[in-house]
Design a protein around this ligand. Sequence first.
Ligand SMILES: [Zn+2]
Length: 461
Amino acid sequence: MRLLIKNGTVVTAADQYRADILIDKEVVAAILRPGSTAGADEVVDAAGKLIFPGAIDVHTHFDMPFGGTVTADDFRSGTRAAAAGGTTCIIDYAIQARGGSLQAALDAWHERAAGKCAVDYGFHTAVTDLNEAVLAEMPSLIEKGYPSFKLFMAYKGALQVDDATLFRVLRLAGTSGGLVMVHAENGDVIDVLTREMIARGAVEPLYHALSRPPLAEAEAVNRFIALARLAGVPGYVVHLSDAGALSLVAEARAAGAPIFAETCPQYLFLSMDRYEEPDFQGAKYVMSPPLREKGNEVHLWRGLAAGTLQTVASDHCSFNWRGQKELGRGDFTKIPNGAPGVETRVKLLYAGGVGEGRISLQKFVDLVSTAPARLFGLFPRKGTVSVGSDADLVVFDPEAEFTITRAGQAQNVDYNPFEGFTGRGVPEKVFCRGKLVAEQGRFTGEDGHGRFQPRTPFRLL
Ligand SMILES: [Zn+2]
Protein backbone atom coordinates (compact mmCIF):
# COMPACT_ATOMS: atom_id res chain seq x y z
CA MET A 1 0.00 0.00 0.00
CA ARG A 2 1.47 3.34 -1.07
CA LEU A 3 -0.12 6.48 0.27
CA LEU A 4 0.68 10.01 -0.93
CA ILE A 5 -0.02 13.01 1.27
CA LYS A 6 -0.06 15.94 -1.15
CA ASN A 7 0.17 19.72 -0.94
CA GLY A 8 0.83 20.01 2.78
CA THR A 9 3.42 22.00 4.73
CA VAL A 10 5.79 19.73 6.61
CA VAL A 11 6.87 21.04 10.00
CA THR A 12 9.71 19.48 11.96
CA ALA A 13 11.64 20.75 14.98
CA ALA A 14 14.08 22.36 12.53
CA ASP A 15 12.22 23.07 9.29
CA GLN A 16 9.07 24.08 7.55
CA TYR A 17 8.58 23.40 3.83
CA ARG A 18 6.02 22.44 1.23
CA ALA A 19 6.31 18.81 0.16
CA ASP A 20 4.46 15.68 -0.76
CA ILE A 21 5.10 12.67 1.42
CA LEU A 22 5.05 9.15 0.07
CA ILE A 23 4.33 6.43 2.59
CA ASP A 24 5.12 2.85 1.68
CA LYS A 25 3.69 0.37 4.17
CA GLU A 26 4.88 1.60 7.57
CA VAL A 27 7.56 4.13 6.73
CA VAL A 28 8.13 7.41 4.92
CA ALA A 29 9.47 6.25 1.56
CA ALA A 30 10.07 9.64 -0.05
CA ILE A 31 9.70 13.36 0.52
CA LEU A 32 8.92 14.89 -2.85
CA ARG A 33 8.50 18.27 -4.45
CA PRO A 34 4.93 19.51 -4.26
CA GLY A 35 2.92 18.41 -7.26
CA SER A 36 4.81 15.17 -7.65
CA THR A 37 3.25 12.41 -9.65
CA ALA A 38 4.51 9.49 -7.62
CA GLY A 39 2.40 6.41 -8.13
CA ALA A 40 0.28 5.80 -5.07
CA ASP A 41 -2.70 3.62 -4.29
CA GLU A 42 -4.28 6.38 -2.28
CA VAL A 43 -3.92 10.16 -2.09
CA VAL A 44 -4.68 12.50 0.80
CA ASP A 45 -4.96 16.17 -0.06
CA ALA A 46 -3.38 18.22 2.70
CA ALA A 47 -3.65 21.65 1.05
CA GLY A 48 -3.70 24.34 3.73
CA LYS A 49 -2.71 21.78 6.36
CA LEU A 50 0.43 21.28 8.44
CA ILE A 51 2.10 17.90 8.65
CA PHE A 52 3.77 17.11 11.96
CA PRO A 53 5.61 14.00 13.11
CA GLY A 54 3.25 11.98 15.32
CA ALA A 55 3.28 13.28 18.86
CA ILE A 56 4.94 11.23 21.60
CA ASP A 57 3.62 11.27 25.16
CA VAL A 58 6.37 10.05 27.48
CA HIS A 59 4.26 10.12 30.63
CA THR A 60 1.06 8.10 30.88
CA HIS A 61 -0.47 5.73 33.42
CA PHE A 62 -2.94 3.32 31.87
CA ASP A 63 -4.42 0.40 33.80
CA MET A 64 -2.53 1.45 36.91
CA PRO A 65 -3.52 0.32 40.39
CA PHE A 66 -3.61 3.16 42.94
CA GLY A 67 -4.81 3.01 46.53
CA GLY A 68 -7.21 0.09 46.11
CA THR A 69 -8.62 1.27 42.79
CA VAL A 70 -7.38 1.26 39.20
CA THR A 71 -7.19 4.04 36.59
CA ALA A 72 -10.32 4.59 34.51
CA ASP A 73 -8.37 4.25 31.26
CA ASP A 74 -6.70 1.01 30.33
CA PHE A 75 -4.33 0.56 27.40
CA ARG A 76 -7.27 0.23 25.01
CA SER A 77 -9.16 3.42 25.81
CA GLY A 78 -5.98 5.29 26.69
CA THR A 79 -4.26 4.66 23.38
CA ARG A 80 -7.49 5.28 21.45
CA ALA A 81 -7.63 8.68 23.16
CA ALA A 82 -3.95 9.23 22.34
CA ALA A 83 -4.64 8.54 18.65
CA ALA A 84 -7.66 10.84 18.60
CA GLY A 85 -5.46 13.64 19.93
CA GLY A 86 -2.54 13.19 17.49
CA THR A 87 -0.29 11.06 19.66
CA THR A 88 1.14 7.98 17.93
CA CYS A 89 3.42 6.66 20.66
CA ILE A 90 3.18 6.64 24.44
CA ILE A 91 5.59 5.59 27.18
CA ASP A 92 3.93 4.27 30.32
CA TYR A 93 5.43 3.30 33.69
CA ALA A 94 5.91 -0.28 34.83
CA ILE A 95 6.04 -0.01 38.62
CA GLN A 96 8.16 -2.42 40.63
CA ALA A 97 6.27 -4.23 43.39
CA ARG A 98 7.93 -4.36 46.81
CA GLY A 99 10.25 -7.35 46.82
CA GLY A 100 9.73 -7.91 43.09
CA SER A 101 12.18 -7.57 40.23
CA LEU A 102 12.08 -4.88 37.57
CA GLN A 103 11.62 -7.55 34.93
CA ALA A 104 8.54 -8.82 36.75
CA ALA A 105 7.10 -5.31 36.67
CA LEU A 106 7.76 -5.07 32.95
CA ASP A 107 6.20 -8.49 32.38
CA ALA A 108 3.09 -7.40 34.27
CA TRP A 109 2.75 -4.18 32.30
CA HIS A 110 3.39 -5.93 28.98
CA GLU A 111 0.53 -8.19 29.85
CA ARG A 112 -1.74 -5.23 30.57
CA ALA A 113 -0.89 -3.67 27.20
CA ALA A 114 -0.70 -6.73 24.97
CA GLY A 115 -3.11 -6.71 22.06
CA LYS A 116 -4.91 -3.59 23.26
CA CYS A 117 -2.85 -0.65 22.06
CA ALA A 118 -4.05 1.45 19.15
CA VAL A 119 -0.73 3.31 18.93
CA ASP A 120 2.88 2.35 19.64
CA TYR A 121 4.12 2.10 23.19
CA GLY A 122 7.08 1.61 25.48
CA PHE A 123 7.79 1.45 29.20
CA HIS A 124 9.88 3.26 31.76
CA THR A 125 10.65 1.19 34.84
CA ALA A 126 9.76 2.69 38.22
CA VAL A 127 12.17 1.56 40.94
CA THR A 128 10.53 1.44 44.36
CA ASP A 129 12.52 -1.19 46.27
CA LEU A 130 16.23 -1.25 45.55
CA ASN A 131 18.59 -4.10 46.38
CA GLU A 132 21.67 -5.65 44.79
CA ALA A 133 19.64 -7.89 42.50
CA VAL A 134 17.65 -4.93 41.21
CA LEU A 135 20.80 -2.90 40.58
CA ALA A 136 22.23 -5.83 38.69
CA GLU A 137 19.19 -5.93 36.41
CA MET A 138 19.57 -2.39 35.17
CA PRO A 139 22.33 -2.66 32.56
CA SER A 140 20.58 -5.56 30.83
CA LEU A 141 17.23 -3.74 30.84
CA ILE A 142 18.89 -0.74 29.20
CA GLU A 143 20.19 -3.09 26.49
CA LYS A 144 16.75 -4.65 26.07
CA GLY A 145 15.08 -1.34 25.22
CA TYR A 146 14.18 0.10 28.61
CA PRO A 147 16.75 2.87 29.10
CA SER A 148 14.76 5.01 31.54
CA PHE A 149 14.18 4.54 35.26
CA LYS A 150 11.90 6.55 37.47
CA LEU A 151 12.24 7.12 41.19
CA PHE A 152 9.90 8.89 43.57
CA MET A 153 11.15 11.44 46.09
CA ALA A 154 7.56 11.62 47.43
CA TYR A 155 4.79 9.22 48.61
CA LYS A 156 6.39 8.34 51.93
CA GLY A 157 5.79 4.78 53.05
CA ALA A 158 4.78 3.70 49.56
CA LEU A 159 6.87 4.63 46.53
CA GLN A 160 9.38 7.03 48.07
CA VAL A 161 13.09 6.24 47.94
CA ASP A 162 15.87 7.76 50.04
CA ASP A 163 18.86 9.73 48.77
CA ALA A 164 21.21 6.75 48.97
CA THR A 165 18.92 4.78 46.67
CA LEU A 166 18.58 7.68 44.29
CA PHE A 167 22.33 8.24 44.22
CA ARG A 168 23.14 4.58 43.62
CA VAL A 169 20.65 4.32 40.76
CA LEU A 170 21.86 7.57 39.24
CA ARG A 171 25.45 6.38 39.29
CA LEU A 172 24.80 2.94 37.92
CA ALA A 173 22.08 3.66 35.36
CA GLY A 174 23.58 6.98 34.34
CA THR A 175 26.93 5.42 33.47
CA SER A 176 25.31 2.49 31.61
CA GLY A 177 23.25 4.45 29.10
CA GLY A 178 20.22 4.98 31.30
CA LEU A 179 18.31 8.15 32.08
CA VAL A 180 17.03 8.56 35.63
CA MET A 181 13.74 10.39 36.00
CA VAL A 182 12.33 11.67 39.28
CA HIS A 183 9.08 12.72 40.80
CA ALA A 184 10.58 15.63 42.71
CA GLU A 185 8.73 16.61 45.87
CA ASN A 186 10.02 16.32 49.45
CA GLY A 187 7.88 13.43 50.70
CA ASP A 188 8.98 13.75 54.34
CA VAL A 189 7.89 17.36 54.65
CA ILE A 190 4.64 16.62 52.82
CA ASP A 191 3.98 13.73 55.19
CA VAL A 192 4.34 16.00 58.24
CA LEU A 193 2.13 18.73 56.76
CA THR A 194 -0.50 16.24 55.64
CA ARG A 195 -0.80 14.61 59.07
CA GLU A 196 -1.17 18.00 60.72
CA MET A 197 -3.90 19.05 58.32
CA ILE A 198 -5.92 15.88 58.68
CA ALA A 199 -5.55 16.07 62.50
CA ARG A 200 -7.06 19.55 62.57
CA GLY A 201 -9.88 18.62 60.22
CA ALA A 202 -8.53 20.33 57.12
CA VAL A 203 -9.74 17.59 54.79
CA GLU A 204 -11.03 19.35 51.66
CA PRO A 205 -9.30 19.02 48.25
CA LEU A 206 -7.67 22.45 48.65
CA TYR A 207 -5.55 21.05 51.47
CA HIS A 208 -4.04 18.54 49.09
CA ALA A 209 -2.39 21.52 47.39
CA LEU A 210 -1.52 23.29 50.64
CA SER A 211 0.17 20.16 51.98
CA ARG A 212 2.49 20.14 48.94
CA PRO A 213 3.87 23.70 48.76
CA PRO A 214 6.07 24.87 45.87
CA LEU A 215 9.19 24.86 48.06
CA ALA A 216 8.72 21.13 48.69
CA GLU A 217 9.12 20.65 44.96
CA ALA A 218 11.99 23.11 44.57
CA GLU A 219 13.88 21.48 47.46
CA ALA A 220 13.61 18.05 45.83
CA VAL A 221 14.63 19.38 42.41
CA ASN A 222 17.62 21.05 44.03
CA ARG A 223 18.64 17.83 45.78
CA PHE A 224 18.14 15.75 42.63
CA ILE A 225 20.29 18.09 40.57
CA ALA A 226 23.01 17.94 43.22
CA LEU A 227 22.89 14.13 43.33
CA ALA A 228 23.01 13.84 39.54
CA ARG A 229 25.96 16.22 39.42
CA LEU A 230 27.71 14.32 42.22
CA ALA A 231 27.21 11.15 40.21
CA GLY A 232 28.32 12.92 37.04
CA VAL A 233 25.30 11.75 35.06
CA PRO A 234 22.22 13.22 33.34
CA GLY A 235 18.87 13.55 35.08
CA TYR A 236 15.27 14.25 34.09
CA VAL A 237 12.56 15.83 36.25
CA VAL A 238 9.04 14.69 35.39
CA HIS A 239 6.01 16.98 35.66
CA LEU A 240 7.86 20.06 36.87
CA SER A 241 5.24 22.53 38.05
CA ASP A 242 6.87 25.29 40.06
CA ALA A 243 8.65 28.44 38.87
CA GLY A 244 11.23 28.17 41.65
CA ALA A 245 12.08 24.61 40.67
CA LEU A 246 12.32 25.79 37.07
CA SER A 247 14.95 28.39 37.90
CA LEU A 248 17.06 25.69 39.58
CA VAL A 249 16.95 23.67 36.35
CA ALA A 250 17.90 26.77 34.37
CA GLU A 251 20.85 27.42 36.68
CA ALA A 252 22.11 23.83 36.42
CA ARG A 253 21.83 23.86 32.64
CA ALA A 254 23.61 27.19 32.43
CA ALA A 255 26.45 25.57 34.38
CA GLY A 256 26.58 22.81 31.75
CA ALA A 257 24.87 20.03 33.71
CA PRO A 258 22.76 17.68 31.53
CA ILE A 259 19.55 18.22 33.49
CA PHE A 260 16.25 17.92 31.61
CA ALA A 261 12.70 18.65 32.66
CA GLU A 262 9.15 18.07 31.54
CA THR A 263 6.00 19.99 32.32
CA CYS A 264 2.35 19.18 31.61
CA PRO A 265 -0.63 21.09 30.17
CA GLN A 266 -2.40 21.17 33.54
CA TYR A 267 0.36 23.38 34.97
CA LEU A 268 0.23 25.63 31.90
CA PHE A 269 -3.54 26.07 31.76
CA LEU A 270 -5.03 25.46 35.22
CA SER A 271 -4.37 26.98 38.62
CA MET A 272 -4.91 26.31 42.27
CA ASP A 273 -8.27 28.08 42.54
CA ARG A 274 -9.76 24.97 40.90
CA TYR A 275 -9.53 23.15 44.23
CA GLU A 276 -12.18 25.46 45.62
CA GLU A 277 -14.86 24.40 43.15
CA PRO A 278 -17.94 23.51 45.21
CA ASP A 279 -19.46 20.09 45.92
CA PHE A 280 -16.15 18.24 45.93
CA GLN A 281 -15.57 19.11 42.25
CA GLY A 282 -12.11 20.29 43.31
CA ALA A 283 -11.13 16.62 43.64
CA LYS A 284 -10.96 16.43 39.85
CA TYR A 285 -7.72 18.38 39.98
CA VAL A 286 -6.06 16.45 42.78
CA MET A 287 -2.70 15.45 41.33
CA SER A 288 0.90 15.64 42.46
CA PRO A 289 2.51 18.08 42.24
CA PRO A 290 -0.68 20.09 42.67
CA LEU A 291 -1.87 22.99 40.54
CA ARG A 292 -0.06 26.20 41.46
CA GLU A 293 -0.99 29.84 42.02
CA LYS A 294 -2.17 31.83 39.03
CA GLY A 295 0.84 33.56 37.48
CA ASN A 296 3.19 30.61 37.99
CA GLU A 297 2.34 29.37 34.49
CA VAL A 298 3.89 32.46 32.91
CA HIS A 299 7.29 31.21 34.04
CA LEU A 300 6.65 27.72 32.67
CA TRP A 301 5.73 29.11 29.26
CA ARG A 302 8.95 31.14 29.28
CA GLY A 303 10.82 28.00 30.28
CA LEU A 304 9.40 26.17 27.28
CA ALA A 305 10.32 28.97 24.89
CA ALA A 306 13.81 29.31 26.35
CA GLY A 307 14.57 25.58 26.24
CA THR A 308 14.84 25.14 30.02
CA LEU A 309 11.96 22.67 29.76
CA GLN A 310 12.41 20.17 26.93
CA THR A 311 9.16 18.22 26.87
CA VAL A 312 5.45 18.53 27.51
CA ALA A 313 3.85 15.26 28.56
CA SER A 314 0.35 14.60 29.84
CA ASP A 315 0.89 12.57 33.03
CA HIS A 316 -2.44 11.06 32.00
CA CYS A 317 -3.73 9.23 35.07
CA SER A 318 -7.51 9.17 34.97
CA PHE A 319 -9.94 8.39 37.75
CA ASN A 320 -13.67 8.93 37.52
CA TRP A 321 -14.99 11.66 39.74
CA ARG A 322 -17.94 9.49 40.66
CA GLY A 323 -16.93 6.49 42.71
CA GLN A 324 -13.17 7.03 42.49
CA LYS A 325 -12.28 10.65 43.31
CA GLU A 326 -15.21 10.42 45.72
CA LEU A 327 -13.25 7.94 47.84
CA GLY A 328 -11.61 11.01 49.33
CA ARG A 329 -14.72 12.81 50.53
CA GLY A 330 -13.86 13.79 54.09
CA ASP A 331 -10.14 13.00 53.66
CA PHE A 332 -8.14 14.44 50.76
CA THR A 333 -5.40 11.84 51.26
CA LYS A 334 -7.82 9.19 49.94
CA ILE A 335 -8.48 11.00 46.65
CA PRO A 336 -6.73 9.04 43.88
CA ASN A 337 -4.07 11.34 42.41
CA GLY A 338 -4.18 12.20 38.74
CA ALA A 339 -6.19 13.57 35.85
CA PRO A 340 -6.77 12.73 32.18
CA GLY A 341 -4.90 14.57 29.42
CA VAL A 342 -3.45 12.26 26.76
CA GLU A 343 -6.15 13.30 24.28
CA THR A 344 -5.90 17.08 24.74
CA ARG A 345 -2.16 17.68 25.14
CA VAL A 346 -1.33 18.42 21.50
CA LYS A 347 -4.19 20.78 20.71
CA LEU A 348 -3.83 22.66 23.99
CA LEU A 349 -0.13 23.21 23.45
CA TYR A 350 -0.69 24.27 19.86
CA ALA A 351 -3.51 26.68 20.65
CA GLY A 352 -2.03 28.09 23.85
CA GLY A 353 1.56 28.01 22.60
CA VAL A 354 1.72 28.65 18.85
CA GLY A 355 -1.72 30.28 18.66
CA GLU A 356 -0.94 32.74 21.44
CA GLY A 357 2.54 33.52 20.11
CA ARG A 358 4.36 32.00 23.08
CA ILE A 359 6.33 29.39 21.14
CA SER A 360 7.22 28.82 17.48
CA LEU A 361 5.83 26.01 15.36
CA GLN A 362 9.23 24.33 15.43
CA LYS A 363 9.40 24.54 19.20
CA PHE A 364 5.90 23.07 19.44
CA VAL A 365 6.95 20.04 17.35
CA ASP A 366 10.10 19.70 19.40
CA LEU A 367 8.22 19.74 22.72
CA VAL A 368 5.54 17.21 21.80
CA SER A 369 7.51 14.90 19.52
CA THR A 370 11.19 15.42 18.68
CA ALA A 371 12.71 16.08 22.10
CA PRO A 372 10.77 13.20 23.70
CA ALA A 373 12.01 10.91 20.90
CA ARG A 374 15.61 12.04 21.34
CA LEU A 375 15.68 11.87 25.14
CA PHE A 376 14.00 8.48 25.30
CA GLY A 377 15.76 6.61 22.52
CA LEU A 378 13.14 6.63 19.76
CA PHE A 379 14.86 9.08 17.41
CA PRO A 380 15.12 9.10 14.38
CA ARG A 381 12.71 6.20 13.92
CA LYS A 382 10.16 8.49 15.51
CA GLY A 383 10.01 12.19 16.35
CA THR A 384 10.67 13.59 12.89
CA VAL A 385 9.57 13.45 9.27
CA SER A 386 12.38 11.89 7.28
CA VAL A 387 12.90 9.15 4.74
CA GLY A 388 13.03 5.80 6.48
CA SER A 389 11.32 7.02 9.63
CA ASP A 390 8.08 5.46 10.80
CA ALA A 391 5.12 6.99 8.98
CA ASP A 392 3.75 8.49 12.19
CA LEU A 393 2.20 11.67 10.84
CA VAL A 394 -0.41 14.20 11.85
CA VAL A 395 -2.23 16.16 9.16
CA PHE A 396 -3.14 19.20 11.23
CA ASP A 397 -5.73 21.84 10.41
CA PRO A 398 -4.43 25.06 12.00
CA GLU A 399 -7.70 26.91 11.39
CA ALA A 400 -10.28 24.44 12.68
CA GLU A 401 -11.83 25.39 15.99
CA PHE A 402 -12.30 23.08 18.93
CA THR A 403 -14.13 23.05 22.22
CA ILE A 404 -13.04 20.50 24.78
CA THR A 405 -15.90 18.59 26.36
CA ARG A 406 -16.24 15.43 28.30
CA ALA A 407 -19.00 14.33 25.94
CA GLY A 408 -16.75 14.44 22.90
CA GLN A 409 -13.79 12.57 24.35
CA ALA A 410 -12.36 9.11 23.73
CA GLN A 411 -10.84 9.04 27.22
CA ASN A 412 -12.90 6.67 29.33
CA VAL A 413 -13.44 8.98 32.26
CA ASP A 414 -16.42 10.98 33.49
CA TYR A 415 -14.94 14.48 33.31
CA ASN A 416 -12.37 16.57 31.48
CA PRO A 417 -10.24 19.00 33.50
CA PHE A 418 -10.15 21.33 30.48
CA GLU A 419 -13.93 21.33 29.98
CA GLY A 420 -15.05 24.27 27.90
CA PHE A 421 -11.58 25.28 26.68
CA THR A 422 -11.72 26.56 23.11
CA GLY A 423 -9.02 27.14 20.56
CA ARG A 424 -7.88 26.75 17.00
CA GLY A 425 -5.93 23.84 15.52
CA VAL A 426 -6.97 20.18 15.44
CA PRO A 427 -5.44 16.93 14.23
CA GLU A 428 -7.45 16.14 11.11
CA LYS A 429 -5.85 12.83 10.20
CA VAL A 430 -3.46 10.80 12.31
CA PHE A 431 -1.29 8.01 10.92
CA CYS A 432 0.60 5.51 13.05
CA ARG A 433 3.13 3.56 10.95
CA GLY A 434 1.12 4.38 7.85
CA LYS A 435 -2.22 3.36 9.25
CA LEU A 436 -4.98 5.93 9.67
CA VAL A 437 -5.83 5.77 13.38
CA ALA A 438 -7.92 8.92 13.82
CA GLU A 439 -9.87 11.39 11.76
CA GLN A 440 -11.35 14.72 12.92
CA GLY A 441 -10.61 13.83 16.52
CA ARG A 442 -12.34 10.46 16.33
CA PHE A 443 -10.55 7.17 16.73
CA THR A 444 -10.74 5.16 13.51
CA GLY A 445 -7.91 2.69 14.09
CA GLU A 446 -7.68 -0.78 15.41
CA ASP A 447 -6.93 -2.11 18.89
CA GLY A 448 -3.70 -4.05 18.72
CA HIS A 449 -2.18 -2.02 15.89
CA GLY A 450 0.21 -0.47 18.40
CA ARG A 451 3.51 -2.23 18.75
CA PHE A 452 6.00 -2.28 21.61
CA GLN A 453 8.95 -0.01 20.80
CA PRO A 454 12.28 -1.01 22.30
CA ARG A 455 14.38 2.12 22.81
CA THR A 456 18.09 2.86 22.45
CA PRO A 457 20.32 3.88 25.37
CA PHE A 458 20.46 7.53 26.36
CA ARG A 459 22.97 9.72 24.57
CA LEU A 460 23.54 13.44 24.74
CA LEU A 461 22.73 14.71 21.26
ZN1 LIG B 1 2.87 10.31 36.61
